[in-house]
Design a binder for this molecule. Structure first.
Ligand code: 5GP
Ligand code: ZN
Length: 113
């Protein structure tokens, strides 16, 4: 369920006393350590999946998406925000525990880089 040596498994278990924006039995959200926008949070499930491709659990995926929406609301960016799921190294994934980025607080460019 959790993977030894996975940073985000440890964060979800509270190993670093990370301040959670939202915590449920299924997921947590917290601020990104290296924000790419004035508001930048991550939503992660408590159980480990390497990426979206490894997560064939639509019900949990729906809960994460709802968690992202509620996180945006709690952080006051509910009118304008972007959700990102980087999947694979070339797409920018650096932490291999699935996470949804919640970004806002500035105008966003399209297409993304
Ligand atoms: P990825 O590049 O995999 O889509 O996103 C990983 C994100 O995790 C990056 O935005 C990075 O800044 C963030 N991150 C990496 N290590 C930590 C950490 O220890 N704490 C927090 N809060 N965020 C982290
Ligand atoms: Zn993990």
């Amino acid at each position: 369920m959790t993977q030894k040596d996975c940073l985000f498994c440890k964060i979800a278990q509270g190993a670093f006393n990370t301040e959670f924006i939202i915590e449920t039995e299924d997921y947590v959200s917290f601020k990104d350590i290296s924000p790419q926008a004035p508001v930048h949070a991550l939503v992660i499930p408590k159980i480990h999946f390497d990426s979206l491709n490894r997560m064939q659990e639509p019900e949990l995926m729906g809960k994460l998406l709802e968690g992202a929406r509620q996180t945006a609301q709690k952080l006051g960016i509910e009118d304008n925000y972007r959700l990102v799921i980087n999947t694979g190294e070339k797409a920018g994934q650096t932490v291999f525990h699935i996470h949804i980025h919640v970004l806002g607080g500035r105008a966003m460019q399209w297409p993304p880089g």
